[in-house]
Design a protein around this ligand. Structure first.
Ligand SMILES: CC(C)(COP(=O)([O-])OP(=O)([O-])OC[C@H]1O[C@@H](n2cnc3c(N)ncnc32)[C@H](O)[C@@H]1OP(=O)([O-])[O-])[C@@H](O)C(=O)NCCC(=O)NCCSC(=O)C[C@@](C)(O)CC(=O)[O-]
Length: 313
């Protein structure tokens, strides 16, 4: 017997506005096997800037031996047309990366740790404790230069090497990044294994260490759960989400992990819910088509492909 809509309990209130951080140029492209010329990356960042993102993760100043695709980061940062008010972020693992990021004019430094020891070793070649010690100098340098500082917690919903990750382990890394002075902290589902209730549990536990308004959801869509996880995060008060144009991506140290949730899909969801983002979906669709054409494949965004087909019809 179906239940009348009016008899159902009221849904939790949703926010009126969220911030979407576009991570396609970094997380999206870092794992592409073909070398992507800097000018293509620059055009992509410029198109995303025009679409209205307040924050774009454009680069990573990491070892080119570990992630060759990011070797053009300095060229990219020097080549983009910056819009006043837009923050351009970059991943920085150590002092060498910080010096290069500073020279390239990065606005926001992203230090990236993990809630899993095994992933920390594979990704940045050190333990969680060692990573925090390395990040301390980077964090201090960022503060001295008055740069924004963001921290990422990979494998917050599960690890490709160790499997389950405890909510307390996530909260512990969140607390350590908070103590380094992070302005924002990302809860990252690196391999896309999270499901809505688990996501809510992790955010609720993490928010005991750091304000929920400054925690963000970084969801990969490997198991098709990303949009459901975003909705579940909205219900518990998360206001910042990461997304990747055309669903680009995958982490080089998380085998089989697919891209981040597609930005076009997230914007379509937010528009439908009446939640403001300040971003022009039609322009993001064009940016997704631009980069996908260069990569020789269709965008991995359901909404993006549907909207593009409507324009062509
Ligand atoms: C952390 C290190 C450097 C340690 O790497 P290492 O090999 O232990 O470090 P090292 O200090 O021994 O240096 C080795 C070589 O790299 C050079 N080097 C050292 N640092 C830099 C630097 N900053 N920039 C340029 N070069 C650098 C250094 O100069 C040296 O060169 P050599 O003397 O052999 O010619 C390395 O493991 C690394 O770069 N890892 C990066 C891994 C990475 O980028 N992973 C993907 C991003 S994380 C991610 O995607 C997850 C996230 C954030 O999206 C959220 C999610 O979804 O989970």
């Amino acid at each position: 017997m179906p239940v009348a809509l009016s008899a159902l309990p009221a849904l939790p209130a949703l926010p009126k506005r969220v911030k979407i951080i576009e991570v396609g140029p970094r997380d999206g492209l870092q794992n592409e096997p073909q070398t992507i010329p800097a000018d293509i990356k620059i055009t992509l960042v410029d198109m995303l800037t025009q679409a209205g993102f307040a924050n774009i993760e454009a680069a990573a100043f990491v070892s080119p031996k570990w992630v060759p695709q990011m070797a053009t980061s300095s060229e990219v940062m020097h080549g983009i047309r910056r819009k006043p008010g837009t923050l351009y972020s970059a991943l920085v693992p150590n002092q060498k990366g910080f010096d290069a990021a500073l020279e390239a004019g990065v606005d926001e430094i992203v230090i990236f740790g993990a809630a899993s020891e095994a992933f920390s070793q594979k990704n940045i070649n050190c333990s969680i404790a060692e990573s925090i010690a390395r990040f301390r100098d980077v964090a201090q340098a960022a503060k001295e230069q008055k740069l924004r500082l963001r921290g990422a917690v990979s494998c917050a919903l599960g690890c490709p090497y160790q499997g389950e990750v405890a909510a307390d382990s996530v909260a512990d890394v969140v607390a350590r990044l908070r103590d380094l002075g992070c302005d924002e902290i990302d809860i990252a589902d690196t391999i896309g294994v999270g499901t809505p209730r688990k996501v809510q549990t992790i955010f609720e536990r993490a928010s005991k260490e750091f304000p929920i308004e400054r925690l963000s959801g970084h969801f990969h869509d490997t198991y098709g759960q990303a949009l459901a996880n975003i909705y579940a995060s909205l219900e518990v008060g998360v206001l910042i989400f990461h997304a990747s144009v055309a669903g680009l991506g995958g982490c080089p140290y998380a085998k089989g992990a697919t891209g981040n949730v597609a930005t076009e899909d997230v914007l379509y969801l937010m528009n439908g819910l009446g939640i403001e983002t300040g971003i022009d979906l039609a322009q993001v669709v064009k940016a997704g088509q631009y980069i996908s054409q260069h990569l020789g494949r269709l965008p991995a965004s359901r909404a993006g492909n549907a909207l593009a087909a409507r324009v062509q019809a």
